[in-house]
Design a protein around this ligand. Sequence first.
Ligand code: C5P
Length: 204
Amino acid sequence: MRFTVAIDGPAAAGKGTIGRAVAAKFGFGHLDTGLLYRAVGARMLAGEKAEDAARGLTPEDLGDPDALRTPDVAQAASKVAVIPQVRSHLLDFQRAFANRSGGAVLDGRDIGTVICPRAEVKLFVTASAEVRAQRRMDELAGRGLAANFAEVLADVKARDARDADRATAPMVAADDALVLDTSDMSIDEAVAAAVAAVEARKGA
Ligand code: C5P
């Protein structure tokens, strides 16, 4: 059985948490596509040309996700993500994952619009920039990393602008996506809304 859930939205809106929970609930595979761009960004920071890094990406590059979840790598990821050749090198892997039997959840920026335009369920998860910056602060603190709110907020806004304004595959809600604004929702409420959307479609 092929069943794809596409979850898009800006940084730290809750896509990953919702994606993991939906995947666990229905026994689907989960791919955090941001990690692919982060791995390319990390290789660029190490001196490689972004396009070469994307072409040569291996599973080992994704082996230590926490090392990729740093503010520097996040900014580098959003810079390499504007390069069309980088995006096209990562396309087949994402589509193959989406089509795996047993169901798949992919979260990112262009899943419902470009990678899987025919996904059975599309969600666009968002929240105010301030709420998202606070969540990122909490996440960094949980990993023992100190951060300054004003800097994290500026980082979030810079990345939002770069992701939304780029020419290729910009971050935008698909016309047929259910928009979930999680600013005033608990994690449980947001997950419940996403699960309900999947259940409604599975039963249809
Ligand atoms: O989701 P995450 O914050 O890890 O993504 C890092 C960066 O990778 C984003 O800011 C965005 O520029 C890029 N990205 C993308 N398309 C995706 C997933 C991530 O352009 N599908």
